[in-house]
Write a protein that binds this ligand. Sequence first.
Ligand SMILES: Cc1cc2nc3c(=O)[nH]c(=O)nc-3n(C[C@H](O)[C@H](O)[C@H](O)COP(=O)(O)O)c2cc1C
Length: 421
Amino acid sequence: MKRLDDFRMRLGRNELVPIMIGGMGVDISSSDLALEAARLGGVGHISDAMIKTVTDRRYKTKYVKAKQAQYKYNVESSDKSEVKFDLGHLAEATQMHVEKTMSRKQGSGLVFINCMEKLTMNAPKETLKVRMSAALDAGIDGITLAAGLHLGSFALIEDHPRFRDAKLGIIVSSLRALQLFLKKNSRLNRLPDYVVVEGPLAGGHLGFGMDWAQYDLATIVAEIMAWMKSENLDIPLIPAGGIFTGSDAVRFAEMGAAGVQVATRFTVTRECGLPDDVKQEYFRADEDDIEVNQISPTGYPMRMIKSSPGIGDGIRPNCEAYGYLLDASGKCAYIDSYNREVAAHPEAKRISVMDKTCLCTHMRNFAIWTCGQLTWRLKDTTLQRPDGSFQLLTAEHVFKDYQFSTGGQVQRPELEAVAAA
Ligand SMILES: Cc1cc2nc3c(=O)[nH]c(=O)nc-3n(C[C@H](O)[C@H](O)[C@H](O)COP(=O)(O)O)c2cc1C
């Protein structure tokens, strides 16, 4: 019986353990988590989602305060078109996070950064260009383009000296999305170094509509593989979404996948950036507690635990401080929903907004608990303490479980001597 360790993922000259930990914003896929994947010979991701609040928290910068002070006069206004990101600060924060991460890297693996196109930041092209260029400048091993079709993203960095040497990949959820991407980029004579094929069971935003349950990852992967063969294309494919055990991963490796991208199993590791009490919520969640809804202002369906405190919350839009989802004309769907509810309840001290959420504020505060569909199985991957809480895992434990387990098994950890998580 094969183990995932019987396979290797080749990305250019790098030969890797075929396990990629997916990007999880905002700082859920922390540097520590990404660095463990690299140390163990695989690929880890940091994320550049809300990078300024991440560096404020991690490295004591003051970017959010400065932006909020600059645009304080606009807080009461529902027109956020003036609230712009300082591109110099954006570059600085990105470089800081990447440099500080890469300076600690050990082992033969790689650390990539997850760059979501849907973070339009009131100037989509300019900000995305700065984000990607700064990450390359600071020595990131690779960039994974996510949450969007990214039809123009390669072109934004085609003049960067590392454009042809850094690993560049994209996440797609259909053959059509991949075809569009390749067509749009054909003039650049630069194929992606890998393609993550993300199915409907993944965490975060989904590349599917509310009919997501009708799709199946293995079918999409097979379709993309057949098309690539017919086109004589040789790009490593990395399936993602609902790959819960080493045996699940082996099935994809045997189909010809280069590796797998996984995330949910790592949300309950010590290195994951979620607060410990939220990790317990992930452990506790049952299948019925998980839903795909449409409250993300991005317009993409998103999967989350139903009891996330951010759902239904009617906080005033906080775009002066954050504003990562403002589109090219300074609009965000949450602002419209919020204004509608304020107008409908003029006397209310606190309103509730059910159809959209202030995703920036709530992701920043870990109050929207986005998760993969198989989160309900996490409780079976560890030990429960007498007080009902669950023992956290180490990233190394979960990584090695994917790497070495067989027969659909999940190896539980050793019982911890100390009661504290
Ligand atoms: C908590 C969480 C946050 C996520 N955030 C992002 C993100 O910011 N960007 C992204 O491209 N994918 C995101 N994802 C998707 C993962 O990177 C990954 O592709 C997917 O969840 C893999 O499926 P699995 O969780 O079933 O292993 C997130 C997933 C989880 C569980």
